[in-house]
Write a protein that binds this ligand. Structure first.
Ligand SMILES: [Cu+2]
Length: 126
C-alpha cells in the first residue's frame, strides 16, 4: 500500500470565503450604536491608596471598571449598590449601572479612600 504518502495535505486547501453582506450589516449596526451613544467602559485605577479618577460621570449601561494597580488589597463598596469584594493587586471589578443616581463609595479597608460615580441617562433617553 502507498497509504503513508496519502498523508500529504494539499497546501491550497484553505480558501478564503469573503461575503460582503455581513460587513454591510455590521456597518449599519455600528452607525446605529454610535447615534444612540454606544456603551463605554470607564476605568478607575486604585493606586497609592486612592481612586483615580476620584469622581466619574457615566451613562446607564456603561461599564465602570476598577483596577487595583497598587501593592495592597483594596475594594470599592457602595452598600446595596455594588461591592467588589477584596481585590488583590492586579485584580479588576466591573459594575454596569442600571439606574441613574449619584453614588459615593469607598474602600472599606482604607477609610480615607473615597470616590463617587454619577450615573446619568443614556443620550438616547434624554
Ligand atoms: Cu483600599
Amino acid at each position: 500500500m502507498l497509504g503513508a504518502r496519502r498523508l500529504r495535505l494539499p497546501l491550497v486547501s484553505v480558501v478564503s470565503v469573503v461575503s460582503v453582506t455581513p460587513l454591510a450589516a455590521w456597518g449599519c449596526l455600528s452607525a446605529s450604536a454610535a447615534e444612540h451613544g454606544a456603551p463605554r467602559t470607564h476605568e478607575v485605577v486604585m493606586k497609592s491608596v486612592a481612586f483615580a479618577p476620584a469622581e466619574l460621570v457615566v451613562a446607564v449601561g456603561d461599564t465602570v471598571l476598577w483596577r487595583n494597580a497598587d501593592i495592597v488589597r483594596h475594594n470599592a463598596v457602595r452598600p446595596n449598590v455594588f461591592d467588589s469584594d477584596e481585590l488583590s493587586p492586579g485584580s479588576r471589578y466591573a459594575w454596569i449601572p442600571a439606574d441613574t443616581g449619584s453614588f459615593t463609595y469607598r474602600c472599606t479597608i482604607h477609610q480615607r479612600m473615597r470616590g463617587k460615580v454619577t450615573v446619568v441617562p443614556r443620550a438616547s433617553e434624554q
